[in-house]
Design a protein around this ligand. Structure first.
Ligand code: ZN
Ligand code: ZN
Length: 333
């Protein structure tokens, strides 16, 4: 089953990664370059799988139809850049390096590296249960990372890029500012190191989580029913987080995979509606600009409001509607 992936990864390693590492004088990474290539291939396969699942769903029961869906194109670019390029690099290569360095440091001090099994011995010999617990812990940490990104003005300035999309589809999960993405990876990696996720499991875990997150961004009328909505984040649940009235501090439904944290910390919204998406406070470049224009606009916005609490810069004088491609005045309130 994995043979075609291995063959492709071998080809990629031989023809792309090794020449690149050699040219950059980074041959010490040669040993792990196959793993890197393998997770890049898994990333590409995951994009194909996501497409195969979400595309029919979006055709089946779309929430919205747009005569001109050009704004979606840049999200496709974000997805390939993130899943085939950035994620394999960060979740395998950098994570592996960080774990080797941390474990080496701890061994020098005479300490044993932390693992979940050491903390909870009943997990020993139960890899599936341990894997599920990794998911729960990572998702809990991600809830707080996401929630805090809506609290601090400078952070939301970056995260607004994700919320600015008015034509939300399954491609929209990866439309993030590069700095926001780096913070998210650092946060995730720190938690993963703390609970000792093995280096081959971490990228697989991230692949699985991102597959579900793509589905939750899909332009589809799909909720999981009363019980299902409380077990797993659905497209309807995450859509409420992207609602035009839910940007900045007023947002709801911060959970990525599990709605439990929103229920626990009273930020859940289970109303059975499908709201229009977008951030009326975001400048137009964040919504419909090119990749470079969006990144630049996010950075400018962050520098402009750095240090100011979010409420002072919520900038809410609306002079158009998202559906009409309206423009919005930015004003201190
Ligand atoms: Zn958000
Ligand atoms: Zn989202």
């Amino acid at each position: 089953m994995t043979a075609p992936f291995d063959t492709l990864a071998g080809w990629l390693q031989e023809h792309a990664l090794l020449p690149l590492l050699y040219a950059l004088g980074l041959m010490q990474w040669e040993d792990i370059s196959f793993g890197w290539a393998l997770f890049a291939v898994y990333g590409a396969a995951q994009v194909v799988l996501t497409f195969a699942i979400c595309m029919p769903l979006e055709h089946w029961r779309p929430v919205e139809r747009w005569p001109d869906a050009r704004a979606v194109t840049v999200d496709i670019l974000y997805t390939f850049f993130s899943r085939v390029g950035l994620l394999p690099l960060v979740t395998f290569v950098l994570f592996y390096q960080a774990q080797v360095a941390l474990n080496g440091f701890l061994a020098d001090q005479g300490w044993v590296p932390p693992t979940l099994e050491r903390l909870f011995p009943f997990l020993l010999g139960r890899p599936v249960l341990t894997f599920c617990l990794y998911v729960v812990i990572l998702d809990f940490s991600d809830y707080w990372r996401h929630r805090l990104s809506h609290v601090f003005g400078w952070w939301y300035a970056l995260h607004a890029l994700h919320h600015a999309q008015r034509q939300m589809t399954f491609w929209s999960d990866d439309r993030n500012h590069l700095l926001d993405e780096i913070i998210a990876f650092a946060w995730f990696t720190a938690v993963a190191l703390l609970i000792g996720i093995p280096p081959m499991q971490f990228p697989l875990l991230v692949l699985l989580l991102r597959l579900l997150e793509s589905l939750s961004h899909a332009n589809v009328r799909l909720s999981f029913g009363w019980i299902g909505e409380r077990l797993l984040v659905s497209p309807r649940f995450h859509r409420a987080h992207h609602g035009t009235t839910a940007s900045g501090r007023q947002s709801v439904n911060y959970g990525a995979i599990l709605p439990w944290w929103d229920m626990l910390f009273r930020t859940a919204d289970f109303s059975p509606t499908y709201v229009p998406t977008g951030d009326p406070t975001a400048e137009e470049a964040l919504a419909t600009g090119s990749y470079a224009a969006q990144q630049w606009a996010g950075l400018r916005r962050m520098l402009r409001i750095r240090g100011a609490p979010l409420n002072d810069v919520t900038l809410r004088t609306q002079v158009g509607t998202p559906e009409g491609g309206g423009r919005y005045n930015l004003k201190q309130v």
